[in-house]
Design a protein around this ligand. Structure first.
Ligand SMILES: Cc1cc2nc3c(=O)[nH]c(=O)nc-3n(C[C@H](O)[C@H](O)[C@H](O)COP(=O)(O)OP(=O)(O)OC[C@H]3O[C@@H](n4cnc5c(N)ncnc54)[C@H](O)[C@@H]3O)c2cc1C
Length: 367
């Protein structure tokens, strides 16, 4: 016996929840199958930036896709609030990348100019000297030489974002089945049969959005997902009086007042421990940027694994050998949530990915 759906989404992280919500929003009868708490979950350990100014430098296709999501975010978060009553704390006051020396500043000038050139003026930013930076962020320390500001950037509470998408999904008739690790996917008639440890399902469409789990799942539908884990460590301080009006690449003040500090990258496999050396490095940068943090007490730290592709860009595919099967993986699932729900899910429902995603197929790695 198997339960039958219009669509199954494998993976209930930020990507799967966004796609599931987007499918349910179009009236599809849908379930999300998730492995459960034993899995590595980027969605529960991230930094919460909706970030445009570092995405797709030298890769216009990714820059456009990211910008599209940031532009949809206000409508997306309002829609979630209206449907669920859950406030995701989304705000987009713009964002700042802080430079602590001239070399960092010059590097930033070059990166921002590349992003501007291939976005045909759509990407807005300002390079700020120290004086201009202090006007926006008066708490900056003496070592800050300048930085870049972009009005497109913002931040969100990633946990409330996920909760709101899942609540909206369920309210629209979707089902979330935890502790249902997908073990096998087979072509069956016009659709697929899906086997988990607990149940069997059948579906017309299937979307693999299982983060690092996609690597093992994609070959079951004739595709590949060469993803690997890249660890990020995060520090959370006790609540501070408001001093950081807009998010920065390395530190942001949450709606509750805590300061999140992050942006470390370690390519060391499936290891989620937080380590004193890395915490010291990211804490030092935050303290040099904002000396007020020298006295802040740390209340929590963690490590989590990014879902990284070989070139850092997302991968979206549809199977040629098993039509109706799709794969998706990215390391910016907070930023891209709006576009995954409002654009990508439409493509899945229509059975055809949009042409703008052709360059994001795994085929780009073919030699
Ligand atoms: C430290 C850190 C900071 C980050 N900061 C940001 C940020 O500021 N902004 C931003 O945009 N992005 C950020 N990200 C990235 C973002 O969190 C991810 O892109 C996002 O969570 C999407 O992940 P996902 O849903 O693909 O994967 P995950 O969240 O890892 O979810 C995958 C899900 O698939 C399930 N699964 C796996 N295998 C199976 C299987 N066989 N069957 C069923 N279910 C399965 C797991 O249970 C899991 O729930 C950050 C990530 C990290 C680690």
């Amino acid at each position: 016996m198997s339960t039958s759906y219009d669509a199954i989404v494998v993976g209930g992280g930020l990507l799967g929840s966004a796609v599931g919500y987007g499918l349910a929003r179009q009236g599809l009868r849908c379930t999300i199958l998730d492995e459960g708490d034993v899995a590595y979950r980027a969605a529960r350990g991230n930094f919460g930036l909706v970030w445009v100014q570092s995405k797709g430098i030298g890769k216009p296709i990714y820059a456009d896709w990211t910008m599209g999501s940031a532009e949809r975010y206000p409508e997306f978060s309002t829609e979630l609030l209206d449907r669920t009553g859950i406030d995701t704390s989304y705000s987009a006051p713009g964002g700042i990348h802080i430079c602590l020396n001239d070399e960092e500043y010059e590097d930033r000038v070059e990166k921002m100019s590349t992003l501007t050139s291939h976005q045909n003026g759509r990407f807005k930013h300002e390079m700020l000297d120290r004086k201009a930076m202090l006007e926006r962020l008066p708490a900056l320390g003496p070592e800050v030489v300048g930085g870049s500001y972009s009005p497109h950037d913002g931040h969100v509470s990633p946990l409330y974002l996920m909760r709101s998408m899942q609540r909206a999904f369920v309210d629209l008739g979707g089902e979330i089945k935890n502790d249902n690790r997908v073990l096998d996917i087979q072509k069956s008639g016009d659709g697929f049969s899906v086997r988990t440890a607990n149940e069997n399902f059948s579906t017309a469409r299937i979307v693999l959005a299982a983060g690092l789990g996609n690597k093992a799942l994609a070959p079951m539908v004739g595709l590949e997902q060469p993803v690997r884990p890249v660890k990020g460590q995060i520090i959370v301080t006790e609540r501070q009086a408001p001093f950081l009006d807009m998010p920065t690449t390395h530190a942001r003040q949450t709606g509750e007042g805590t300061i999140m500090i992050g942006d470390s990258h370690e390519d060391i496999g499936f290891d989620i421990r937080s380590t004193p050396q890395v915490m010291q490095t990211i804490a030092n940068r935050a303290r040099r940027s904002f000396p007020v943090l020298s006295k802040a007490k740390i209340v929590r730290t963690w490590g989590a694994l990014r879902v990284m592709t070989p070139d850092g860009l997302p991968i979206y595919d549809q199977s040629e050998t098993m039509p109706g099967a799709f794969t998706a993986a990215c390391h910016s699932g907070v930023t891209l949530a709006a576009t995954h729900a409002m654009v990508y899910a439409k493509y899945v429902a229509d059975g055809q990915l949009g042409r703008e995603l052709e360059g994001l197929s795994v085929r780009r790695f073919d030699v």
